[in-house]
Design a protein around this ligand. Sequence first.
Ligand SMILES: [Fe+2]
Ligand SMILES: [Fe+2]
Length: 209
Amino acid sequence: MFKEMKQLIENVKQYAMGYESQKRYKHSVRVAKMARKIAKKYSIDADKAYLAGISHDLCKEMSSEAIKNFAKADGLPITAIEEKKPSLLHGRAAAIVVQKFFHIEDFDIIEAIRYHTFGKANMSTLAKIVYISDKIEPKRPQVNKAYYKKLNAMDLDEMALTIVQESIVYLQNKHKNVSDSTLEFLESLKKDTGTDSDKGKLDEQRQIS
Ligand SMILES: [Fe+2]
Ligand SMILES: [Fe+2]
């Protein structure tokens, strides 16, 4: 690892320890490690994956006001779901924090951090890896040996598709809205994996949400 990258990761870790509970920080480390592991499997820059993983929840425990203030600097519209629950903007906020305070400009890292909560259509491989890692780090409740075995038999897009579908089912069971960005991510993954035969499903899901 380059010295600069090592130092950058160390600096972000210090910041994370200052703004995250110990529990959240440990989760972030597990996500970073998982992202690094998957990145190696797909010949993606493992240090970048670790950096995006350690950064993804930097703002999760900040006040709603702080989260909103950081997030709106990206110039993207704030959706109704985000307006209702500003903590959902914590990925967008963290993407701003790493640019502003750590001068990280790498497009894939920014994208991975920004969209780790909802996902987005046609994300980079790195962003998919971080999205996946956040949902399947070893302390997640659904995770066990059989679950990993099932996922390990899949390629990256199939894995992402499975995880998005699981998170949509989870939200629907809790009668929570599914964001358009997540549904668009789902559709793009279906196309990429050649499983987009059930065209009517998106409209169906939009109606439920
Ligand atoms: Fe998060
Ligand atoms: Fe997370």
